[in-house]
Design a protein around this ligand. Structure first.
Ligand code: ARG
Length: 562
């Protein structure tokens, strides 16, 4: 039983004896380590009902617990208006160190998700458009969330929902036919750039000549109807883009996708959705277009358009078809997560509402993880205008800067810098891009954590040379910050997983690395003359294990030397 569960049982026993019905007890870690390892406000919660001063009740709780002498608790203090603070025993820290070393690369994992299935959809770039920083964020966050779920025992399906269908392909076909040379594009070193240039040109020209838009729509209708000319052009765009995306995924070293069905895959599955929609009476036709109307009072959501006046399908219809298909393919009990920019938040609320009305999935099985924008000095980026920062440029620049420090590890360090800069904050927050911030070896960055890890590795190597084995012995005199943080990793993993929030891992690793760095500066860890040295080496090993496991969850490599 965990310490908090053990304490909870004891406290509930007392409160029930005192006459409280179904008391609930919660714990947290005090912000400052000196205030203890766990804290509960239970005395303040129930004091009024028991007509007692909270501090008096807290004292009673303290005595009651102390009478049972739990071996994990060394001391209990009452603080402030009635907080009960618990200090863990030396034995607890020694035992947890043993446990960490024994578990190694499995330390932190759990089986919360055993027998449960989850599909994580992320990245989802658009064909014939650049892989934007928005897709970069989705790829990085989605990969980390999928890693976390797998580490917690879930069966995870990694799904790339490629944007390979829609009116934009009609526009692109017009542009290729009017101004492009497909053979030249295929031979080009940068075919996607050529296609995007054409796409941008289309929009420039359409501002002058509105009939181009109609032409684009007409070509998309042809594409939907299976016109062979349109299909062939489209297929080539898909093939060129996929090559490019695969190159990017390899460069980002993200896990392979289990499925990468494009929106086009759901083309012949949309009719079935329209049948369901008509059967449930939630949609109305308006001038030939089909829309789902929601209960305005309750949901505050605008109608969701499924088809256009000309009958061509829309993004939302393809999403409904995708989820209907997923339900059939993976089972009704699957949870579906979409990692997509926060600008689509309202859209996903509409989709979730519609899927509940249609009986596809209850909202409890649908999750949208929204990420904020990447902001550069110039403001928001848009593909259509072409002022996009290319992903390769960002990676190249990161590698160039990292290479100035060490050529051998530059790709590892560049990945750490870019991924950690993203994962260290709540996904929903915007990122303001600042090179000096993200590559700083001393700040709260990915390279800093890699560096802390490599330092542990070199300490362990030195210990091996001096024949000092890392062990968790009870030579520990007093637990310091490192001990007080390192055992918490499994809790952090649980929280990050259940909230789909990798940033809890990121901020925790920084805290641990800071504590270790102070410890390292103050302590001679490897010292054959010191009988405490094996313990100190053991502690270093535990820190290394947690840094490595944590960084791996974030998709960040951990070079042994830096
Ligand atoms: N391709 C879309 C875009 O780049 C993202 C797709 C998100 N997923 C979904 N099921 N709609 O904006």
């Amino acid at each position: 039983m965990s310490i908090t569960n053990q304490l909870k049982t004891i406290i509930i026993e007392l409160l029930t004896e005192l006459g409280i019905e179904n008391p609930s007890v919660s714990f947290e870690h005090p912000t400052e380590l000196v205030h203890g390892d766990y804290s509960t406000n239970v005395a303040m919660v129930y004091a009024k009902e028991l007509k007692k001063n909270p501090r008096v009740l807290a004292e009673e709780v303290k005595k009651y617990i102390q009478n049972q002498k739990p071996d994990t608790i060394e001391n209990i203090e009452i603080a402030g208006p009635g907080f009960i603070n618990f200090f863990l025993s030396k034995q607890f820290f020694v035992d947890s160190l043993k446990h960490i070393i024994r578990e190694g690369d499995q330390f932190g994992s759990n089986q919360d998700g055993a027998g449960k299935k989850v599909l994580v959809e992320y990245s989802s770039p658009n064909i014939a458009k650049p892989f934007t920083v928005g897709h970069l964020r989705s790829t990085i966050i989605g990969d980390a969330v999928a890693n976390l779920l797998a580490f917690s025992g879930y069966t995870v399906i990694r799904d790339n929902h490629l944007g390979d269908w829609g009116t934009q392909f009609g526009k692109l076909i017009v542009a290729i036919k009017k101004w492009g040379d497909f053979e030249a594009i295929k031979k080009s070193q940068t075919p996607i750039k050529e296609l995007v240039d054409l796409y941008v040109k289309f929009h420039d020209e359409a501002e002058k000549d509105a009939s181009l838009e109609d032409e684009g729509r007409a070509w998309f209708t042809k594409l939907e109807q299976g016109d062979s000319d349109a299909r062939a052009l489209w297929q080539m765009c898909v093939a060129l883009s996929m090559q490019e995306f695969d190159r990017i995924y390899a460069r980002l070293r993200v896990s392979a996708f289990d499925t990468a069905l494009g929106e086009s895959f759901f083309e012949d599955k949309m009719a079935a959705v329209l049948v369901d929609v008509k059967a449930t009476n939630i949609a109305k036709e308006s001038e030939g277009a089909y829309l789902i109307f929601f209960d305005e009072e309750k949901t505050k959501l605008p109608p969701l358009m499924l088809t256009k006046k000309d009958g061509s399908s829309l993004y939302a219809l393809r999403d409904l078809a995708a989820d209907r298909y997923r339900r059939e393919t993976y089972g009704t009990d699957i949870t579906i997560i979409n990692e997509v920019g926060a600008e689509q938040s309202q859209y996903f609320r509409q989709i979730f509402e519609a899927e509940e009305l249609l009986g596809y999935f209850p909202k409890s099985q649908r999750v949208h993880i929204g990420h904020g924008l990447y902001r550069f000095a110039e403001g928001k980026m848009s593909t259509r205008k072409g002022n996009v920062i290319w992903l390769d440029d960002i990676l190249n620049e990161a590698e160039k800067r990292a290479g100035e420090l060490n050529e051998a590890t530059k790709t590892d360090v560049a990945l750490a810098a870019i991924k950690f800069n993203d994962l260290k904050r709540e996904a929903i927050k915007d990122i303001v891009f600042d090179w000096d911030e993200i590559l700083n070896l001393h700040g709260d960055t990915g390279p800093y954590l890699q560096y802390a890890h490599a330092r542990c590795v070199s300490v362990l190597e030195k210990a091996r040379e001096s024949l000092i084995e890392p062990v968790a012995t009870d030579t520990l005199q007093q637990a310091g910050s490192v001990e007080k943080l390192v055992y918490r990793f499994p809790e952090i993993v649980s929280r990050a997983t259940s909230e789909y929030a990798p940033h809890y891992i990121a901020t925790y690793l920084i805290e641990l690395a800071h504590a270790f760095s102070t410890y390292y500066a103050e302590t001679k860890i490897v010292d054959p003359e010191d009988h405490l040295s094996p313990y100190k080496v053991g502690l270093t090993k535990a820190v290394k294990i947690v840094l490595k496991n944590g960084l791996s969850l974030l998709g960040i490599p951990t070079p042994e030397k830096m």
